[in-house]
Design a protein around this ligand. Structure first.
Ligand SMILES: Nc1nc2c(ncn2[C@@H]2O[C@H](COP(=O)(O)OP(=O)(O)OP(=O)(O)O)[C@@H](O)[C@H]2O)c(=O)[nH]1
Ligand SMILES: [Mg+2]
Length: 415
């Protein structure tokens, strides 16, 4: 339904996206049904006359599901479903369903389940209220693949389940945090996170930059888990790149909340690569949505590099450069472009580096590996007591080495 506040272009883009979401779920779109209206009908989303038309179109196309490009209330969904005689899924439900299908790790599965339970609870109440005690097997709106019938669970059980999952998640989040802290300790602070709208090409860039096997697919929300890999070929200091879950317009609130911890990865990065699909006519909106979500999770101050990707498929390179100074315009499919991006990343991390001289006594050789992992060694001399190393690295990394070398090591930061 097109509300009067929504332009035609915006409306079309949103419906195209819904079509893509449907495709991701494996649905075949058989018809499109739109209405311009000042507001939603409170009973059943569409107005009475329009609902009659819709019913006809459903019969004609033998449609099995109606996808609504808004989040609608449980009673609207229920009434529309009853009247149209087929299942109704709203945008939120569609997105939750995709997340549900794509979640593979224990962590992502728990996050998605919390969001789904939060969404389903009021809808199941509605269904139970309307259906009466006889029809208890019904799982409510869009309960298409609920697995075990959540319709059976009463409110309290749902609350308990959410609490239980939350506890499990908190435990895992703590574990992740410890892992991250350990990684930071070991490998330094050079962290880059790929963020951006879903399908922009984040995982493709992850693969190209780290030569890893990240999952790439022409689907929305192919990636739900954060993965971390080192930039390849390796640099000194090692730069770690993480791939994150994509964003979308009207990301369901439950998902924003439950994926926050996954996105902590982005928060802890020193640099965000904001990947944008330059070939998409609606990239401006996608860019804005991503910025908004980044602000919501508190990452608005992390330095970022805007990467306009898929330029091989179209887009106005000169206009992009003029409008976004300092941006990178590229195609993940071109090796030369990926190399340029890599250079830009490395340059970012080398900006703040300092040179220092460091004395490593023969008794402290076990620190040698750490020095080579976190700094570039520019020169090395040895004498009877140990080795002198002239190194370049992050001030923090050098500070850490200084602490560990203690009295024995002499370090003079030259900046
Ligand atoms: N032509 C072209 N296609 C690209 C480019 N980069 C990525 N793609 C394609 O775009 C699709 C989506 O790529 P992904 O890397 O999975 O996108 P993503 O941002 O990780 O998406 P989500 O994980 O769903 O958020 C895939 O079919 C890629 O092959 C590019 O520079 N040019
Ligand atoms: Mg991905």
């Amino acid at each position: 339904m097109q509300l009067s506040s929504v332009s035609d272009v915006e409306f079309d883009a949103s419906l195209t996206e819904l079509r893509q979401l449907a495709k991701t779920l494996g649905f075949e779109v058989v018809g499109k049904f739109t209405q311009k209206r000042a507001g939603f009908d409170r009973t059943a989303y569409f107005g009475t006359g329009k609902r009659e038309e819709l019913k006809e179109q459903i019969l004609e196309n033998q449609a099995e599901i109606i996808l609504i490009d808004h989040e609608i209330s449980p009673s609207q969904a229920f009434n529309l479903e009853k009247e149209a005689g087929c299942e109704v899924m709203d945008r939120t439900m569609v997105i939750l369903e995709i997340f549900h299908r794509h979640a593979s790790s224990r962590y992502a599965r728990a996050q998605v389940e919390i969001a789904r339970l939060g969404y389903m609870a009021p809808r199941m109440r509605e269904a139970a209220k309307e259906a009466g005690p006889k029809d208890r097997g019904r799982s409510g709106t869009g309960g298409r693949s609920g697995g075990e019938s959540h319709g059976e669970l009463d409110r309290r059980k749902i609350r308990d389940r959410i609490a239980e999952l939350q506890e499990e998640l908190d435990g895992m989040a703590l574990e992740h945090k410890t892992q991250r802290a350990r990684r930071r300790e070991r490998e330094g602070l050079a962290r880059v996170a790929l963020v951006g709208y879903t399908n922009a090409g984040k995982s493709t860039l992850m693969r190209a930059l780290t030569r890893s096997e990240a999952l790439v697919a022409d689907k929305l929300f192919a990636t739900l888990d954060t993965t971390v890999r080192a930039l390849h070929p390796e640099t000194v200091p090692r730069v770690l790149v993480s791939d994150t879950v994509g964003f979308i317009k009207n990301l369901p609130h439950g998902l924003v909340a439950s994926f926050k911890s996954t996105l902590d990865e982005a928060l802890e990065a020193s640099l965000l690569l904001h990947v944008v699909d330059a070939s998409d006519a609606g990239f401006g909106r996608q860019l804005a949505v991503t910025e908004k979500v980044l602000a919501e999770i508190g990452a608005e101050d992390v330095p970022r590099l805007v990467v306009f990707n898929k330029i091989d498929r179209g887009g106005d390179e000169a206009a992009l450069r003029a409008k976004h100074p300092g941006c990178i315009v590229m195609s993940a499919k071109r090796e030369g472009d990926v190399a340029r991006l890599r250079e830009a990343i490395v340059a970012f991390f080398q900006r703040g580096l300092v040179e220092a001289e460091l004395f490593l006594p023969w008794s402290a050789q076990k620190l040698r590996g750490q020095i080579f992992a976190t700094c570039t060694v520019l020169e090395e001399r040895a004498d009877a007591e140990g080795a002198f190393l002239r190194v370049r690295g992050e001030p923090e990394a050098i500070g850490r080495l200084r602490e560990q070398l203690g009295e024995a090591g002499t370090i003079r930061a030259r900046s």
